[in-house]
Design a protein around this ligand. Structure first.
Ligand SMILES: [Zn+2]
Length: 231
């Protein structure tokens, strides 16, 4: 009998101790959560205060350096940034319109005549050669060397043969002569690299080649100065 009474008597305090332990654990946990939350809040408040302090420091520094109200200073900065952006857009636009590539793919031609005075291959007279002669098989694709608009197409059997002139704006034009085929038409807007025709032997030519000219403000200039690769 004594054995059967003593077991429940031991179980009750044990359960009480366990319950108290669980309750204590919950209290501790809640305190830890609160402490963590408070720490985060404090940190956030401190960061905001620090940020405000830094900003006000920068602001006063800015005032001090420029010795004027920050509002006009910020305005002038914004104007300068807008001007710089507009300048960079205009500069990129202009760069696209200045001849800068070879009109034939590298490795597909042989440079047979440079810009300058030379002995004419047909009549032997000393004469100014206004462009480059790039000898290659007939039918080699001819690429426009900068953005522009086709301003002139002609077929002249005694001179340039089938010839295209492209106006690039900013005073620049390019001429592509002795073509076998023309693959564009007047007033077409072109992007640098577009194919405009094929090489040939039309006009005053002794063999298939491209005669290429760069014209700046009405005067021919050395096209080699406007090709970003060594010929
Ligand atoms: Zn030529």
């Amino acid at each position: 009998m004594r054995k059967s009474v003593s077991i429940p008597l031991l179980i009750v305090p044990a359960l009480l101790v366990m319950a108290a332990g669980v309750l204590w654990g919950l209290v501790i946990r809640a305190e830890q959560v609160n402490a963590a939350r408070e720490a985060v809040l404090r940190e956030r408040t401190d960061s905001c205060a620090e940020a405000a302090r830094v900003l006000s420091g920068l602001d006063s520094l800015y005032r001090e350096q420029l010795r004027m109200d920050p509002a006009p200073a910020y305005d002038s900065l914004a104007v300068r940034m807008r001007e710089t952006y507009a300048y960079s857009v205009a500069y990129r636009e202009r760069a696209r319109c200045i001849p800068s590539i070879c009109p034939l793919a590298m490795g597909t031609f042989r440079l047979t005549a440079r810009f300058g005075t030379r002995q004419d291959p047909i009549d032997g007279d000393g004469r100014m050669h206004d462009g480059l002669d790039l000898a290659c098989p007939q039918g080699n694709p001819v690429h426009v060397t900068a953005d522009g608009v086709v301003s002139f197409i002609d077929s002249d059997i005694f001179g340039y043969g089938n010839c295209i002139i492209v106006d690039h704006g900013y005073g620049y034009q390019t001429r592509y002569a002795h073509l076998s085929v023309i693959r564009t038409s007047e007033n077409i807007r072109l992007k640098r690299g577009d194919v405009i025709g094929e090489t040939g032997v039309s006009g005053r030519a002794t063999g298939p080649h491209l005669h290429y000219e760069v014209i700046l403000n009405g005067e021919t200039v050395d096209p080699e100065d406007y090709i970003n690769e060594k010929l």
